[in-house]
Design a binder for this molecule. Structure first.
Ligand code: PLP
Length: 381
């Protein structure tokens, strides 16, 4: 098999359209019934909700990068999560989920009981408790490989061992690491979901999602639901993601390197009470060969006001939600994503009021460190 970067560029693009070097945008809703010339690989290409050559190229490429047998492109990361959940969960079934997951997923989980689906939670650090939560109606066990915002890594092999005797699918949201750093399907996951909005597109100009699969039967169930729900992504967005993913490897190398340098700088600053970045410590075995741990760094200043002044004093790090683009961002979760949480709920989610999340972009590291140095000086005086 060719290397990751070679596949990021060429996989799925073997068939050329009118001698074009790269795959163009098929900005069309439908296709002539008898024109199968550019759709030879996918006989279902007759209507874009069902299939489209630009989307097909991206799906084959991402499936390869995810180490899967196939994959489905969605309008958003949440579109992927919603569709995967509803492909397997029926009235009377249950889903087993780790306590801390992405806010949008929490919101979806809160409403599953209204549809007759029971949600059973386990503490991310207590893998032993998973087995007790399983029964014959457990269809999905759902975790995130790296949890936001305090960046704890989930031991995917331990979760897999805990559900060994069950038929439940192991579904992993791997958005924070990207397939360049980690591939859950290689460690026993059945489905790897990622928000393409983050590292894979990487340029903060598309919202899209993807689910990669270990086997074709799982994929075909989800693909059917995608067509029924209309959670398909658009050809133009697939074109942009296909362009973005060609530089995923080189971008991740810089995100990884910049974040590690920032983490090392912050850990020696007396004003910083606590820092979390997986690259600084021991990691579960399944992450032993990761080239790095992405661009997100979480650290804590003494209180909310200090964190707010830090955020306002940055100039290269822009204050905005989301992460994983080429530009660096800063956010204070207790003021933004988790603003509605009480102190006790923040503590339960492992978030301090003075917690700050940085998303290191791919700017020059000396400029990023200067920005942080200045912001620390401003915020503590
Ligand atoms: C952003 C994100 C999502 C949702 O993706 P969208 O593309 O915004 O719908 C899901 N999971 C994680 C971990 C994310 O960071």
């Amino acid at each position: 098999m060719k290397g990751f970067n070679t596949r990021s560029i060429h996989e799925g693009e073997e068939e050329k359209v009118k001698d074009a070097v790269t795959m163009p945008i098929f900005q069309t809703s439908n296709f002539l019934a008898d024109d199968s010339k550019y759709a030879s690989e996918r006989s279902e290409t007759f209507y874009t909700r069902v299939g489209n050559p630009t989307i097909g190229v991206l799906e084959r490429k991402l499936a390869s990068l995810f180490a899967g047998t196939g994959g489905v492109f969605f309008s958003s990361g949440m579109g992927a999560i919603t569709t995967v959940f509803h492909s397997f969960l029926k009235h009377g079934d249950n889903i087993v989920v780790s306590k801390n997951v992405y806010g949008g997923t929490q919101s979806l989980l809160r409403e599953l009981p209204d549809e007759g689906v029971e949600v059973r939670r386990f503490d991310q650090s207590d893998y032993g408790s998973i087995t007790d939560l399983l029964d014959a109606r457990t269809r999905i066990v759902y975790v995130e490989s790296m949890v936001n915002p305090n960046l704890i890594l989930t031991d995917i092999e331990a979760v897999k061992a805990g559900i060994y005797s069950s038929d439940a699918l192991l579904v992993v949201d791997n958005t924070f690491l990207s397939p360049y750093n980690f591939r859950p399907l290689e460690f026993g996951a059945d489905v790897d979901i990622q928000s393409l909005t983050k590292y894979i597109n990487g340029h903060s100009d598309v919202v899209a999602g993807f689910a990669g699969f270990k086997n074709p039967e799982t994929e075909s169930k989800v693909r059917r639901k995608m067509v029924q729900f209309g959670t398909n992504g658009a050809p133009f967005d697939a074109f942009l993601v296909n362009r973005g993913v060609k530089t995923l490897g080189p971008r991740m190398e810089i995100h990884n390197r910049n974040a590690l340098a920032i983490a090392n700088y912050l850990k020696d600053r007396p004003e910083v009470l606590r820092i979390s970045y997986p690259g600084l410590g021991r990691v579960p075995d399944c992450y032993g060969n990761c080239p790095g741990f992405g661009g997100v760094v979480y650290f804590e200043m003494r209180d909310r006001e200090t964190a707010k002044r830090f955020m306002r004093s940055c100039s290269i790090f822009q204050e905005a939600t989301s992460l994983a683009g080429v530009e660096s961002l800063v956010t204070v979760p207790s003021l933004t994503s988790h603003a509605s949480f009480k102190e006790s709920e923040l503590a339960e989610a492992g978030i301090s009021p003075g917690g700050i999340r940085l998303s290191a972009g791919i700017e020059d590291i000396q400029d990023l460190i200067e920005d942080i140095k200045w912001a620390i000086k401003e915020c503590v005086r």
